[in-house]
Design a protein around this ligand. Sequence first.
Ligand code: 6AU
Length: 264
Amino acid sequence: AAPVTKTYTARAAGVKNSVGARLLRLMDTKRTNLSVAADVTTAAELLRLAAAVGPHIAVLKTHADTVSDWTDDTATALRLLADEHDFLLFEDRKFADIGNTVVAQAGGGLHKIVNWADIINAHAVPGPGILSGLRVAVESAGRSVGVLVLAQMSSAGNLATALPGYTPAAVAMAVTEPDLVFGFIAMEGGLGGEACVSMTPGVKMGGGGDALGQQYATPDRVVGTAGSDVIIVGRGIYKADDPAAAAKEYREAGWAAYERRCRG
Ligand code: 6AU
């Protein structure tokens, strides 16, 4: 399908999940479609990175379970930075279990994810019960949280991409709960229609890959050609000598591709 040419803001009105609508408006207001994958291993590094890239990003994506000294204070400090710089927090826990188990994983444990994250994500493999479970966790936290369903992955040989029928089935599951699910982790845009947001990992200037199956595409390819809405960049930014400068570069590349796309 041809890439969606409507602006993020024009699409926001059709998005039933409030976090998804907020993300679309925030991107146009702040002029950024960049999410930084903050894959660092200590709370100090995480907060330092969040403060450095904060002015340039729409979303900070975390892996709380890779932070060796995570405490409730880490979440509180991240929330303060998110509010100061106006970005959303996405905990990339990739829930993948039965409903009853994800209620406890999302709401409890060490990380109490739904108490601080704006966005969480889930694999479609378990079936719709995973979304019912996440809904229970979100409702008992009493906060607005949006869910992304993994419809495709960036890694070589991933089954979501390799098995015909997987992606359409994941999309069909997601769109039945539009007040909870606002989009996808995917390698392209347009899945689920204009009211869904696609966020794409595996983004690096120059493309290429790593030794463990990651496959990279450029911001221009992801947003322009593939029509995705948000670029997720990890090592391209946090491994750079100057992460803030690298974030600015990715932000500009992602934004230029979006503006070209809107011109049709
Ligand atoms: O830019 P990188 O390769 O350093 O980091 C990519 C980030 C990592 C992965 O855990 C995540 O994106 N990711 C995901 C997500 C966001 O769900 C899915 C996927 O298919 N590939 C992928 O890399 O934090």
